[in-house]
Write a protein that binds this ligand. Structure first.
Ligand code: AMP
Length: 401
C-alpha cells in the first residue's frame, strides 16, 4: 500500500509518500509560505536512489487546497512522477497536534472525528485548525482513500492522574480539561520502540527516557512501552528550554509582567512562545549558530547552552526517580541526533548514577541507531534518528487493516 503522510501547518504543508511494502520513501516535500505574496513548493522525488530529482517551484500559493493540488501534480507528473494517478494512494495519514482526552490512538477520520478535533481547538488554537485544513483538502483530493489522524498527544494518554494533574482548583479540569497532555508523542513512541529493538529486548521489558531535542524539545519517561510522564503540558510550552519557547518558568511571571512591565496576556504569551528559550537568552535559536558564537567568545551563547543542558539533566534526574529503574536514555531530533556537545553536557556528572557516555563514540552526527555509552554504563545511552512520517504511515496502515 502507498501511504501519503500530511503534516499541515498554518502556512505550510509537509508531505511524504511512502511505499509500505518496503517502507521506502517515494517522494518528500514541502509547500511553504501559504497565503503570502511568494510561495515555495519543493519536492524530492525518489530520494535515496540514483534517480533522485529535486523540483522547486516559486509561485504564490493562496491556500492549502492550491498547495496540495500542486504537490499531487508533481507526484503524478507523466514524465517525472512517482505514481500514475491519485487513486494509487491507499491511505492518507495526518499529523494532528492535539487530540485532547478523546483520542488515545490513531483514528479513522469521519465527520464525528472532525467534530471532535474541532472541539479541541481551544487547547491548540494555532495547530489544530491548520491540521483540519489539511484533512479537509485531502478528503476532497483522495475521496476513496481512508484518512487516518495520528495525534501528538495520544501516546501520553497513559500518563496517570498524579502526573497529569496540576495542583489547581479541580473545577478547571472538570469544566475546561486543564491538565498535562504532552506532545511529540509520535516521536517518543517511535524512538522508544526502535531503542528496544536495537537493545534486543521487548518494549514491555524496558524503561526508557526519550529526549526529543529539536526546535521544540521534550522528554518522556517510558515505562514498559507506556508514557508515564512528559515535560510538555497543557500546551507545548512547559518543561525543557526550546528554540524560542521558555519551558518551565514561575507561573507568577504573568502577574509580575502585567503589573510591572506593562504587558498584556497576548504580549506575554507571544514572548514566552516566540521570543524566549535559546533565542531569548542569546538572540539565536539554531544550535549550530550558538556553537559558532561560543567559539568566538559569545558569553550569552554559552549561557543559553548551559541553561538548556542543565534543564535537560535536571529532568533526566526527575524521570529516573519517576521510573525507579532506567535501562536506556535516547537522544533524538535535530539537536539530539546531530549535536554531540549538547548530548555530552546533558549527561555530564551523572556517572555516579551509572550513566557513562563514551565521548569518542558520541563525537558524531547520528544517522542510524548508535550506542553512545561505554560498556560499563549501567544505563545505555542511544542516539536514534526519529522518523515521524514513517511512524504515522505505519499507524495509518494498522488502522486501515
Ligand atoms: P527539528 O525541530 O528536529 O527539525 O530540529 C531543528 C533544530 O536542530 C535546529 O533549530 C538546530 O538547532 C538543530 N540542528 C540541526 N542540525 C544540527 C547540527 N548539525 N548541529 C547542531 N544542531 C543542529
Amino acid at each position: 500500500m502507498k501511504v501519503l503522510v500530511i503534516n499541515s501547518g498554518s502556512s505550510s504543508i509537509k508531505f511524504q509518500l511512502l511505499d509500505m511494502q518496503d517502507e521506502s520513501v517515494l517522494a518528500s516535500g514541502l509547500v511553504e509560505r501559504i497565503g503570502e505574496a511568494e510561495g515555495l513548493i519543493k519536492c524530492e522525488l525518489r530520494p535515496d536512489t540514483d534517480a533522485e530529482e529535486v523540483i522547486k517551484i516559486q509561485e504564490p500559493v493562496p491556500n492549502h487546497e492550491h498547495g496540495m493540488r500542486k504537490a499531487v501534480d508533481l507526484l503524478t507528473d507523466a514524465d517525472k512522477g512517482v505514481i500514475k494517478d491519485r487513486s494509487e494512494i491507499g491511505a492518507v495519514g495526518h499529523r494532528v497536534v492535539h487530540g485532547g482526552e478523546a483520542f488515545h490512538q490513531p483514528t479513522l477520520i469521519t465527520d464525528e472525528v472532525i467534530a471532535a478535533i474541532e472541539n479541541t481547538i481551544p487547547l491548540a488554537p494555532l495547530h489544530n485548525p491548520a491540521n483540519l485544513d489539511g484533512i479537509k483538502v485531502a478528503r476532497e483530493l483522495f475521496p476513496a482513500a481512508p484518512q487516518v489522524a495520528v495525534f501528538d498527544t495520544a501516546f501520553h494518554q497513559s500518563i496517570p492522574p498524579h502526573a497529569y494533574h496540576y495542583a489547581l482548583p479541580i473545577e478547571l479540569y472538570e469544566k475546561h480539561r486543564v491538565r498535562r497532555y504532552g506532545f511529540h508523542g509520535t516521536s517518543h513512541k517511535f524512538v522508544a520502540g526502535e531503542c528496544a529493538k536495537v537493545m534486543g529486548k521487548k518494549l514491555e521489558d524496558v524503561n526508557i527516557i526519550t529526549v526529543h531535542l529539536g526546535n521544540g524539545c521534550s522528554m518522556t519517561a517510558v515505562e514498559k512501552g507506556k508514557s508515564i510522564d512528559t515535560t510538555l503540558g497543557l500546551t507545548p510550552l512547559e518543561g525543557l528550554v526550546m528554540g524560542t519557547r521558555s519551558g518551565d518558568v514561575d507561573p507568577a511571571i504573568y502577574a509580575f509582567l502585567a503589573r510591572n512591565c506593562d504587558m498584556d496576556i497576548d504580549a506575554i504569551d507571544n514572548m514566552l512562545n516566540k521570543k524566549s528559550g535559546l533565542k531569548g537568552l542569546c538572540g539565536m535559536n539554531d544550535m549550530r549558530d550558538i556553537h559558532s558564537a561560543i567559539e568566538k567568545g559569545d558569553k550569552m551563547a554559552k549561557l543559553a547552552l548551559d541553561v538548556q543542558t542543565y534543564r535537560n539533566r535536571k529532568y533526566i534526574g526527575a524521570y529516573m526517580a519517576a521510573l525507579g529503574h532506567v535501562d536506556a536514555i535516547v537522544f533524538t531530533a535535530g539537536i539530539g541526533e546531530n549535536d554531540n556537545i549538547v548530548r555530552e553536557k546533558t549527561v555530564e556528572g551523572l556517572e555516579a548514577f551509572g550513566i557513562i557516555m563514551d565521548k569518542k563514540v558520541n563525537d558524531q552526527r547520528v544517522k542510524k541507531p548508535t550506542l553512545l555509552s561505554t560498556k560499563e554504563s549501567a544505563v545505555q545511552i542511544w542516539g536514534i534518528p526519529t522518523n515521524e512520517e514513517l511512524a504515522i504511515a505505519r499507524q495509518a496502515v494498522e488502522v486501515v487493516a
